[in-house]
Design a protein around this ligand. Structure first.
Ligand code: ADP
Ligand code: ADP
Length: 226
């Protein structure tokens, strides 16, 4: 249900900066699509247009068969994780995980069950009473991921989520994200400038340069035809 379809999407910022230039992309339901490329190639802009955090200058965004081009972010049935965790500093881990569901008036029993599931999957069971300031960087990013998945969105959008972590933790978290995706099968779009991350995580990888997709293929195909 969570396929994402971009139909000839462009973004021109003030001052005539063409950040994304007539891009079409089909992300199949359950796929893990990575957008990779150098700084400034338009990855974040493209992701933010899928999320609705940035308006498109032209084109259409369709999520789960619904044209959401003019739909506000909270009504797009997506969840996002950013490089800077953006957790609520005064709330506990449990409250951070539950907050989005509470706002959406989800029943308490459902919230408790989903929070417990996410905490188990992400190794946060012992951390639920802590505040974000009492967590390591990796634990904070796990909370941010947990907060996104408890919503059970149609699509999961991540923008350089591991860039602030050290190399060892990045490798660990990469494995965790891959396992989480294998388990939940949620349609994922993942932005990174890191080629290793792209090739290990993606079921397909879209290589961007200058606002256009140069190549879009499975990691195996990209290794054969770089
Ligand atoms: P990436 O995520 O690949 O680093 P971005 O999508 O952030 O690339 O940026 C693509 C291009 O758009 C760059 O040239 C950048 O300077 C420009 N850009 C990004 N955001 C804005 C903005 N809010 N206003 C003007 N130009 C922007
Ligand atoms: P929820 O609790 O429902 O996940 P949040 O309060 O985390 O919602 O975020 C509200 C909106 O702001 C969402 O659409 C989210 O994508 C966006 N958002 C959250 N954190 C950031 C951030 N660091 N930068 C930009 N947008 C953000």
């Amino acid at each position: 249900m969570g396929a994402i379809h971009l139909n000839r999407v462009s973004k021109v910022y003030d001052g005539d900066v063409v950040a994304v230039d007539d891009v079409s992309l089909e992300v199949a339901d359950g796929e893990f699509m990575v957008l990779v490329g150098p700084s400034g190639c338009g990855k974040s802009t493209l992701l933010r247009m899928i999320a609705g955090l940035e308006r498109v200058s032209a084109g259409e965004v369709v999520i789960g068969g619904r044209d959401v081009t003019h739909v506000a972010p909270p009504d797009r049935d997506i969840a996002m994780v950013f490089q800077n965790y953006a957790l609520y500093p005064h709330k506990s881990v449990r409250e951070n995980l539950a907050f989005g569901l509470k706002q959406r008036k989800v029943a308490k029993a459902t919230i408790d069950a989903r929070v417990a599931d996410a905490a188990r999957m992400l190794g946060l069971e012992e951390m639920l009473q802590r505040k974000p300031s009492q967590l390591s960087g990796g634990q904070r990013q796990r909370v941010a991921i947990g907060r996104a998945i408890v919503r059970e969105p149609s699509a999961f959008l991540l923008d350089e989520p591991l860039s602030n972590l050290d190399a060892k933790l990045r490798t660990t978290m990469r494995g965790e994200l891959a396992r989480l995706h294998a388990r939940l099968g949620i349609t994922t779009v993942y932005v990174t400038h890191d080629q290793v991350e792209a090739m290990t995580l993606g079921t397909r990888v879209a290589v961007l340069r200058g606002g256009v997709i140069q190549q879009c293929a499975s990691p195996q195909e990209l290794y054969r035809h770089p």
